[in-house]
Design a protein around this ligand. Structure first.
Ligand SMILES: Nc1ncnc2c1ncn2[C@@H]1O[C@H](COP(=O)(O)OP(=O)(O)OP(=O)(O)O)[C@@H](O)[C@H]1O
Length: 260
């Protein structure tokens, strides 16, 4: 079942620098929320706090009713969280299949010792996971690439592989960090259709950081706008695009004054 995400007064400081300042919002189960804002607004830092890559300095992050602030990525995976990164970090000398299996070991029974010893029940589960992984690649148009090495694929295909890697973890909450960056227009259209299908068929809550406003407008139910580490507003993509505070944050106060 899709997860609810709740952020309450999340703050992040690096030394004396405030990167996030009391950020609070909810994402309802099954919603697609866009997290937008100018460069340096704190979007990726907030993702890193939610996904356990950064520990917030203060505040609360809940998946459903469980407090997960400060939890490690592996623990969060067990709560149903998966994410993609702005720059996919694939194992370039491994095949696409091996790459997408990397994150899904948390779905195997037992722990690291049993996985390493390859006990019979672990091996059986691993075999099932491989079949599921091939099927997932097939459904996402990458079946042909399962046994191809990652370094033989284009940037766009790396993004597709990274999305499959996250989906194989069977997330209930999926964080997508700039999935459209560097993709040509036709592939962005395809991406929008894919994320919609995932949300509808797999019952997932999605939070997406993206500068591509076409994607944000087409895909999201709501957006949260960040600026200088603070929440500037939340509403629909159309409301955000016509909000003077948002326009000012993007193009600067001097420019809006000059245009007035
Ligand atoms: N590990 C870190 N140490 C110090 N400062 C950091 C660290 N990570 C991020 N920051 C700072 O936090 C601020 C927000 O950065 P962040 O990458 O989260 O913004 P963003 O909204 O994702 O930007 P972009 O759209 O350009 O990716 C920036 O000023 C950045 O320099």
């Amino acid at each position: 079942m899709a997860a609810r995400l709740t952020l309450r007064d999340v703050a992040l400081h690096f030394g004396g620098v405030k990167v996030l300042d009391d950020v609070a919002f909810d994402v309802e189960p099954g919603q697609i929320l866009g997290l937008v804002g100018p460069n340096g607004a704190g979007k990726t830092s907030l993702f890193n706090c939610i996904s356990g890559h950064y520990k917030p300095s203060a505040g609360s992050i809940l998946i459903d009713d469980t407090e997960v602030s400060g939890a490690r990525p592996a623990t969060l995976a067990r709560h149903g969280l998966a994410r993609t990164f702005q720059h996919p970090a694939l194992q370039l000398h491994e095949t696409v299949l091996e790459n997408i299996l990397l994150g899904a070991h948390t779905r195997l029974p037992g722990g690291p010792l049993e996985w390493a010893l390859r006990l019979p029940h672990t091996s059986r589960a691993e075999k099932r996971l491989r079949i599921e992984a091939r099927d997932l690649l097939e459904r996402n148009g990458l079946g042909w690439a399962a046994d191809v090495r990652a370094d033989e694929l284009s940037h766009g295909l790396h993004k597709g592989v990274e999305l499959c890697r996250a989906l194989l973890m069977k997330p209930r909450l999926l964080l997508l960090d700039e999935p459209a960056a560097g993709l040509p227009h036709t592939e962005v259209e395809q991406l929008i259709a894919t994320v919609r299908r995932i949300r509808d068929q797999d019952d997932i809550t999605v939070v997406v950081v993206e500068h591509h406003m076409g994607l944000i407008a087409a895909l999201t139910d709501r957006v949260v706008v960040l600026d200088h580490g603070r929440k500037l507003m939340e509403g629909t993509a159309a409301e955000a695009q016509s909000d003077p505070r948002v326009i000012e944050a993007y193009i600067g106060k001097d420019a809006t004054d000059a245009a007035a």
